[in-house]
Ligand binder design. Structure first.
Ligand code: 5GP
Length: 139
């Protein structure tokens, strides 16, 4: 039996405005904001407004519009951060590396020869804000 969606997960709280985030984009389909523990400068998360736990829980009719937002934000991140490439990650369930159980895609800008930072280090608030402003301007 698949696990249920928990409306108290942190991203659901961000969607409802109960928790702050460093926002880069929002519309009626998706919200994008800076990952609080960035693995690269400009590491952005894109989440659907649909309450889906993971990719396999996302209703088919909501998936297409959401993926268009993922791509739109990804393009802006690449441009704003002057990246050579992007790593786009999406994890499902604990065994798959998922920690927050609301569907999200990670958009990580990449530069030739620059490795991702190890996970778990909080980002500098001013740097997160500065990167968010750059990405907002590129959307
Ligand atoms: P995942 O579920 O894909 O493994 O990872 C969840 C991601 O969400 C992590 O990269 C983590 O840094 C990020 N994250 C966890 N809690 C918060 C939060 O409260 N705010 C923001 N902006 N990011 C968060």
């Amino acid at each position: 039996m698949p696990a249920a969606y928990d409306p108290q997960n942190i991203f659901a709280k961000i969607l409802r405005g109960e928790m702050p985030c460093c926002k880069v984009y929002e519309d009626d389909v998706a919200l994008a904001f800076m990952d609080i523990m960035p693995r690269a400068e400009g590491h952005t998360l894109v989440i659907p407004r649909t309450p889906a736990r993971g990719l396999l829980d996302m209703p088919e009719d909501a998936l297409g519009p959401y993926m268009l937002r993922v791509r739109k934000v990804a393009a802006a991140v690449k441009k704003a951060m002057q990246a050579d490439g992007l790593t786009i990650q999406q994890f499902n369930e604990s065994a798959g590396g998922q920690v927050v159980f609301h569907l999200h895609f990670h958009i990580q800008p990449r530069w030739e020869g620059v490795a991702l930072k190890p996970p778990g280090a909080m980002g500098d608030k001013a740097a997160l804000e500065a990167n968010a402003a750059k990405i907002r301007a590129a959307i």
